[in-house]
Design a protein. Structure first.
Length: 248
């Protein structure tokens, strides 16, 4: 194994924040992938300009993944290049990674962690926190996972190379998604209660609403369709309640 220097890996990590900067319909994030990988290619090929240009051209072709998980592929490909793998092997490896990294990122970040972070900020606002505290908490919580994925992904990729698929299967992704989803459901219930509490002068109405929230939460953990229906119903109910409370 040829270990890349820390400065090269740091440069790749920093460049990964711009991996979508040249997104297009022809190569998707292919150009951004080559841009992120360029420090490693320069280190490996040095003054051999023709080989460097061919390597950059190979990696600038079509590629796609979740932007945060792209560092996994960048790290693994840099390891393969350092080990002298054949270009055809590297290309097949990149093709195999595309779907997995995209699916993992979409499920974890877009569908789970980002909504949970937004809900946390909303609950803080409803509890009386100033707007900037809610924004800061949202950014800290959201980017804690974001940065962890980028940094850890690059490290795992550079260490594992071709074996990165096996390591990814061992990552406890689903338990993390489940816990974040449950916490998001809890935050939805809190948001509804905090928003609607001033309008509930009738204790019976408040009790029934609380029971409905608990029931929806428990059912939602078992069935995705029920969870979606509960969320839609609670949202519609909250909007109507808000309009009535404000005299609409």
């Amino acid at each position: 194994m040829n270990t890349l220097p820390r400065r090269v890996r740091t440069s790749m990590l920093l460049r990964s924040f711009a991996v979508q900067g040249s997104w297009n319909y022809q190569t998707l994030i292919g150009a951004g992938f080559a841009f992120t990988l360029l420090p490693a290619l320069r280190y490996l090929y040095g003054p051999r300009k023709e080989q460097l240009e061919r390597a950059v051209a190979r990696h600038a072709k079509v590629f796609n993944s979740h932007p945060y998980f792209a560092t996994v592929a960048v790290g693994a490909v840099s390891r393969l290049e350092a080990d002298g793998a054949e270009p055809v092997v590297v290309e097949r490896f990149k093709t195999a990674l595309r779907g997995s990294l995209g699916s993992m990122g979409d499920r974890l970040v877009w569908s789970t962690w980002r909504p949970m972070s937004v809900l946390l900020g909303m609950v803080l606002l409803l509890m009386g926190a100033t707007w900037w505290i809610a924004v800061v908490v949202f950014l800290l919580v959201y980017n804690s996972l974001h940065l962890l994925v980028r940094v850890t992904g690059l490290r795992i990729g550079t260490e594992a190379g071709l074996q990165v698929g096996r390591l990814l299967r061992e990552v406890p992704l689903q338990p993390l998604i489940d816990r974040a989803s449950r916490f998001a459901c809890f935050l939805i219930g809190m948001a509804v209660v905090l928003w609607g509490a001033p309008a509930f002068d009738d204790p019976v109405a408040g009790l029934l609403t609380g029971a409905a929230i608990i029931l929806g939460f428990s059912l939602g953990l078992r069935t995705r369709r029920v969870l979606i229906a509960v969320i839609v119903g609670i949202t519609a109910f909250s909007l109507v309640l808000g309009l009535i409370t404000n005299g609409a």
